[in-house]
Design a binder for this molecule. Structure first.
Ligand code: HEM
Length: 290
């Protein structure tokens, strides 16, 4: 039976005191080599947590598992980086630190590496022995085409309120998206800066080029700042799910607050990233990703 295990920031203090610094060094190195990796690790952790809890199940390969979900396939990345961090930890304390904890710490360290806020990661997650199903992932993960009320209810299902949803979406101040995800918006949306749409069309044709990338924040694409919210105000949010956050709905005032108060954004983002006990389902069995 699943249980809401107590997480603790001191979980590895006796069994693997250098776990966090080892993961940190590994992630810093990876982000130096590939600055986009910071964004990819934050998203990988988010997509893990949103489906069946933060249990590293997204790391498991399964031909009908969550990695094959439409929202993940050919989209989430960072697996090799998490694996390398896990191996670095295994080298100093074999069989002690869970993959789910490595991924949670990696997301925090990635945020810091990109210039964002830090927070204390609570530890002691258990790894799932199996990937979640593709169906569950497709049902639970938000889609770019979801209207605002659907996004709000998907986050509410994970005990995250509107304010937390907007704060977490601010992570898209870094990273990239594929043409296939924003084509419809740059060719058909009325709610977009026309100059921005024209610029993005140059690398995202109406047919073909599905995997061509564009930065989610063209101004500071690798810096974790609050420019995401400025883009929303200027009609320069790349994704439909960006623009709905400022579209005469209940989240408008939160985006404006985060635009005007970067410190509030940073601290709300950090709080929303902290897994509260009982907030996500954890497991009371222990297994390892080989
Ligand atoms: C509100 C619902 C959300 C929707 C519909 C959504 C959708 C998307 C989509 C479609 C992409 C581009 C994927 C691709 O082109 O392959 C993306 C990228 C990204 N998302 Fe979200 N997202 C949401 C919330 C979040 C949250 C809560 C976070 C962080 C906690 C997040 C962090 C990111 C990051 C950092 C990227 C760039 C990843 C990279 O460059 O590898 N998103 N998202």
């Amino acid at each position: 039976m699943p249980s809401d295990a107590q997480l603790s920031s001191t979980f590895y203090d006796d069994t693997c005191p250098y776990a966090l610094s080892t993961i940190g060094a590994s992630i810093m190195g990876a982000v130096l080599i590939d600055p986009r990796m910071a964004a990819s690790l934050i998203r990988l952790h988010f997509h893990d947590c949103f489906v069946q809890g933060c249990d590293a199940s997204i790391l498991l390969e399964d031909e009908s598992g969550e990695r094959t979900a439409e929202q993940n396939a050919n989209s989430v990345r960072g697996f090799a980086v998490v694996e390398a961090a896990k191996q670095a930890v295994e080298a100093i304390c074999p069989g002690v630190v869970s993959c789910a904890d490595v991924l949670a710490v990696a997301a925090r360290d990635a945020t810091v590496a990109a210039g964002g806020p830090t927070w204390t990661v609570k530890l002691g997650r258990r790894d799932s022995p199996a990937a979640a199903t593709r169906e569950l992932a497709e049902n639970d993960l938000p889609r770019d085409s979801d209207p605002l009320p659907t996004l709000i209810s998907k986050f509410a299902k994970k005990n995250l309120n509107e304010r937390e949803m907007v704060a977490l979406s601010g992570a898209r101040t870094i990273g990239q998206a594929r043409c296939v995800m924003f084509r419809d918006r740059i060719y058909n949306s009325q709610n977009i800066d026309p100059n921005f749409a024209t610029m993005r069309r140059s690398n995202c044709p109406q047919t073909g080029g599905d995997d061509n990338l564009a930065p989610l924040d063209e101004v500071t694409p690798t810096v974790f700042d609050n420019n995401y919210f400025r883009n929303l105000q200027n009609g320069r949010g790349l994704l439909e799910s960006d623009s709905v956050l400022l579209s005469e709905g209940s989240t408008d005032r939160i985006t404006v607050e985060y635009l005007n108060h970067p410190d509030t954004f940073n601290s709300d983002f950090a709080s929303a990233m902290i897994e509260k006990n009982g907030r996500y389902r954890t497991f009371n069995w222990w297994s390892w990703v080989s």
